[in-house]
Design a binder for this molecule. Structure first.
Ligand SMILES: O=c1nc2n(C[C@H](O)[C@H](O)[C@H](O)CO)c3cc(O)ccc3cc-2c(=O)[nH]1
Ligand SMILES: C[C@H]1O[C@@H](n2cnc3c(N)ncnc32)[C@H](O)[C@@H]1O
Ligand code: MET
Ligand code: SF4
Length: 329
């Protein structure tokens, strides 16, 4: 049993749902002609950040479609707003979040070294799910889900000393051996760079009207087995995260999970909109006797190592003090 289980309070900002990929399990992505296709404006985003700040959130989670610039209609929209790339726009959004008092964490899909360098000074951590090292049908129309590209980006983030979240998606057609290989790959990258804070073991949730609508999601037993495997294969300083809105976490905590990721009092999970966030009180009920501890989107050991830009130090300090987060030695 772990000594405690962690979580963070976030606001989820789905900057754009335009995406160059077409993953077989995804309902987040929209075609440009779809009525719900969007690129959020600064005017829409500011109140979300402010509400989140009021509600005690410490993390601005920017998640969006990968390289939407490859979609011509989107590029035009972005140019109308005065930006030539999504990442240029997102740096502006991160600056706003910092001004309002929330720490940015961006998961943009694949980014190149230059883009990572642009975001590093404005993000306390970043993320990219490896998903799997297997070549799967689910990803046959998603160039950005090529395992080699994902591995390369996670490594580059390591070279740049960006605190990082990655993970695997369980139940999308991969075998147990594939899961093992994916986790070993993540473990090896972390041994080299030391930047991975947490590895998400995310259970696939079938969605209506997707090519994988009828695929059976992983069983509780498979999830227990995968969480145990992750705990066994990953270095000790990496936590194993499960999503408490997607699966009952208690038994997974008994098998090695120690983090529940971000939950939000003010925004929905845009990737799994059908899955409501539990409240902190619900979370405490789920973990039972194990104490819950709120964390920031940057872990204490990375704060201690100074893996953040000077733009962020005041805010990290204020939020650490205010929330009474311990700087674990
Ligand atoms: O609300 C969600 N948060 C997701 N998060 C956020 C996560 O729960 C936390 O915000 C991080 O642990 C940072 O504190 C991700 C972050 C990443 O870097 C990569 C993937 C994910 C996936 C999800 C997700 O599906 N839903
Ligand atoms: C942000 C992350 O959300 C995950 N993701 C995308 N679609 C689904 C789904 N149907 N079920 C569970 N997780 C999903 C992917 O792993 C992505 O990288
Ligand atoms: C909305 S999914 C999360 C971000 C990115 N599109 C990816 O799949 O990696
Ligand atoms: S999961 Fe991410 S990369 Fe895949 S289609 Fe959805 S938004 Fe695009």
């Amino acid at each position: 049993m772990p000594e405690f289980v962690t979580f963070s309070r976030n606001v989820f900002i789905p900057v754009t749902n335009i995406c160059r990929n077409r993953c077989g399990y995804c309902t987040f992505r929209r075609d440009p002609e779809h009525p719900e296709a969007r690129l959020m404006s600064v005017e829409e985003i500011i109140p979300i950040l402010k509400n989140g700040k009021e509600a005690g959130c410490t993390e601005a989670l920017f998640v969006f479609g990968e390289y939407a610039e490859e979609v011509p209609e989107y590029r035009k929209e972005l140019e109308k707003m005065g930006y030539s790339s999504t990442i240029e726009y997102v740096t502006k959004l991160c600056e706003l979040a910092i001004e309002i008092g929330i720490l940015p964490h961006t998961n943009a899909g694949i980014l190149d070294r230059h883009e990572l360098e642009m975001l590093k000074p404005l993000n306390v951590s970043m993320g990219l799910m490896l998903e799997t090292t297997a070549e799967l049908k689910a990803h046959s129309e998603s160039p950005g889900k090529a395992p080699s590209k994902r591995i390369e980006m996670i490594r580059t983030a390591g070279e740049l000393q960006i605190p990082f979240t990655t993970g695997i998606l369980v139940g999308i057609g991969e075998s147990i051996e594939d899961r093992k290989h994916s986790l070993e790959t993540i473990a090896a990258i972390h041994e080299e760079f030391g930047h991975i804070q947490e590895v998400i073991i995310q259970n696939f949730m079938p969605k209506p009207d997707t090519p994988m609508a009828d695929q059976i999601p992983p069983t509780k037993e498979e999830m227990i087995q995968t969480v145990s495997l992750a705990r066994e294969l990953l270095p000790e300083d990496v936590s194993v995260q499960v999503a408490p809105n997607l699966i009952e976490p208690h038994i997974l905590i008994q098998n090695g999970a120690t983090d529940l990721g971000g939950i939000s009092p003010t925004t929905i999970d845009w990737i799994n909109p059908e899955a409501e966030w539990p409240s902190v009180v619900d979370l405490q009920k789920m973990t039972g006797k194990i104490p819950l501890k709120e964390r920031l989107p940057i872990y204490p050991h990375h704060i201690k190592k100074g893996w953040y830009s000077s733009n962020l130090s005041d805010l990290i300090q204020t939020l650490t003090d205010k929330n009474g987060f311990k700087r674990k030695q």
